[in-house]
Design a protein around this ligand. Sequence first.
Ligand SMILES: [Zn+2]
Length: 254
Amino acid sequence: MSRPVITILNRGGIGAPQTESNLGNDAYSAPCTVALIEYNTDTGKKGMLVDTSCSADWPKIKYEIEKRCGLENITHVLITHWDQDHAQNLRELPQRICVSGAGTARIGTPDYGNTASLYSDLEIETPDVKAQPISQAHSRDDTLFIVNSENMGKVIFLGDLIFVPMKEFPTSQLVNFDTFFSINPMKKYLTFKKILSDHPDVNAFVVGHSGTILSKEDFEKEIRAMEEGAYKEFLEKYISDLEKNVKEYSAVLK
Ligand SMILES: [Zn+2]
């Protein structure tokens, strides 16, 4: 049986006012990268979605799915993390198996379509698609998806661990982004190093927004850029703030 085929359905972006959207005119949203993984089964071609983007994007994503395996053949939704811009369209995919690291209070709420079929143990029946949990780096429940594909080789979906590459987004802005949105930037850096050692044979890294696909060399550049300049200063400040906190909290217990 041939391996799965990956198509990027929605490139996404880093945030723009949406006109004529069902969020209302000029509502601000950050459409995310959405990919379709088509795979063969005994009963024909099926599909898995990686992330769903925000509701303003749904008509376009639905159209792209219908052109390929068809919405009724989507069996799984793989969620990289539970931010609104990645999970909003789960409501459009009831009864599908949702695979993601769990822990957020939003699961089972109307926000995400009361997803009952959540595989938080990250088991996926197809051996060419695997999930790996990464907790507390970008969000509480980051999950990597690793796909051994026919058309792109071994691919890792990073979600917002890299939301856009540094060459598209200056480091100074990334520092601002990670200050607000990453739970632990040091853990993010260590996670990137671990990804390389765990998966030396990966040829493509898909980022959370902009649909950019990084080569292994590009991914290594992202890591090196965290070891110098403004990002290194940011990590040093993060560590020194942690040390200050430990001192302050330890003093309370004395
Ligand atoms: Zn995002």
